[in-house]
Design a protein around this ligand. Sequence first.
Ligand code: MOS
Length: 729
Amino acid sequence: MSAYLKMDEVDRRHRLDDMVQGVIGQPLDRPEGPLKVSGRAPYAHEWHPEGMAHGVLVRATIARGRLSGMDTEAVTAMPGVLAVLTGDKFLRNPAQGTADEAPVQGASDIAYFGQPVALVVAETFEQARHGAQALKLTLETGADPVIDAEAEGVSLETPKKKQLEQGDLDRAMAEAAFTVDEIYRTPSHNSAAMEPHASVAVWDGDTLLLRGSYQMLKYNRNELADSLGIEPEKVRILSPYVGGGFGSKLGIAPEAVAAALGAKEVGRPVSVALTRQQVFETTMRRSETRQRVRLAADADGRLTGISHESLVSNLPDEVFSEPVAQATHFLYRGENRRIVHQIARLNRTCAGSVRAPGEAVGVTIIETAMDELAVATGLDPVELRLRNIPDRDPEKDIPFSSHTLAEALKEGARRFGWDNRQTEPGSRREGEWLIGMGMASAVRVNMLAESEARVRLDPDGTAKVETDMTDIGTGTYAILTQIAAEMLGLPVDNVTTILGDTELPPASGSGGSWGAMSSGTSVFLACEELRRQICARFDCAEDDLTLKDGRAIAGNRAVPLAELLDGESLVAEGHVEPGKTSKAVRQSTFGSHFAEVAVNAVTGETRVRRMLGVFAAGRILNEKTARSQCLGGMTFGIGMALTEDLVPDPRDGHIVNRDFAEYHLPVNADVPQQEVHFLEERDPWANPLGAKGIGELSICGSAAAINNAIYNACGVRVRDYPATLDKVL
Ligand code: MOS
């Protein structure tokens, strides 16, 4: 039996507002935590099936051109080498679909430095690596590669759908009392998940089993099947534990397809694990951006116009482009608006979703520009933002499902001690350190995604939640357990959540911060259906049923569930889909970021001293995992503000800093005291849980708070992120 909900209207179920057990929201420890910290949670590469061979990718060493040949014979003869999968087999080439059709655009086309072109499979990893290093490629360079989006002569795409012109921006700028018109830049980023991409493939006849590390299994299954030219039903993916994704595991990466092809070729299980360097070079990067922001404000600092023009990049023919202005559409008022979005086609690693695609870089820049407007108007940065909160979506003229920015700004300012800020840059000094405070708004769109789950109540009074949802470190195991425990009146220890297997009902996957609320709603719906089944057995109305401590209670009757089930199991599925509510209202999450930095007057070094974030994202489903998400998000803000910068070589686009020694993510020594506070909120437009996405919200704006604090500390405005020493001095 199945319960289905399309979110066509606001959902005001009160079931969770008077929780019987009060489990949802509690800071429940991760049920899988002990397995992870004791090494008993197997990650993809820790699985070693009998007879497993190893595959290592061979990659192009030019940015643009053709692979016209390779010396496979020499490598095939090397010790331990089982197979060399070459271009035509290795990369799917649609033009080779029929035998009599000549390949038009072959697998031999090279579009970026590091593009996988072959796989060497051998008995041991070392033998495969040796073979891969020895494989001689014949590469033909053609036209010069295009590396720099801003270079002269680079043709830019301007997709119609991504532009907006409302009112008369130029006039608003001309008539404004205060304006900002600046160009800002953010560099390319890597997701930098702790666990590198790894896949182990095993064929059983024409059926593939793949153990990988992925975020969205139902899509990954389709992508993998499509890449191999087989039906999705023939593919099973297992991904029960994922060591971080941050966008890099949203879609199938080269190692999964390579492992499947290699295993097919040698008739044995094959493992392909990317090295850290390969992760940097062949999984998706965040596009660099060039952003021109114009702000027009009246004498009171009220925005009359806002313009956000962005230039991003990707490989030729790729659909994705960093949605830089995603939140600019509705964050601030102003009747005259212009959004311009352009894409340069480059010969660099594919660009994709990385840690809050869009807002992470877009809001960072808008919030830097707003700080400049605060300086221009002489208004306090918090007050400037409060004056510019729109009543309705300023472009679509629809209401907000909820709006918490003002509260988040005030609460953050109060808790941080914003009143103590010196408005004049350079006016607070401790020895050679200049101290400053900065702030920014946080905003991120909220999206529900289709999701299904099955919940099974067994006669012994235990329940199982089953879905192909993933837990990428976000807390899914804990959250889904809590929802089922609350809805079924069971102790959390009586609920087991099983994830990460495409044989289970297809979930939303983990992406775009929609995971917890989407998969959580499907579990909620399945449990509602189970409650109906229990009512039928208990002969009571749904409103009269209370489930608590493993008992069904109605009126003066109370029966243990085990007795009521009488040896049988009850099973129900839940299925949620987005509907009209995603268009009828503007759904967003909001928050605020505050930071205090010390800038060394001699070296230009910035140390973040403390950070504080206030976030409103509907019902918080687990106070501990939500907080952890926000601590992580704010930490990424430190990276974006101060160190992260994926550098392409201008000659061939190869990534110069392709490891953690050279691509600098914040480490413990860089992370100061961080405080996270949540605002109590329910958003009934979002889903029956009233919960919204939180992980990415905490990233958006955090880098700007730090950069604005640098300005406050020393009077240097960095418009080209990150704010490294050379730019601050
Ligand atoms: Mo996210 S960058 O949608 O995993």
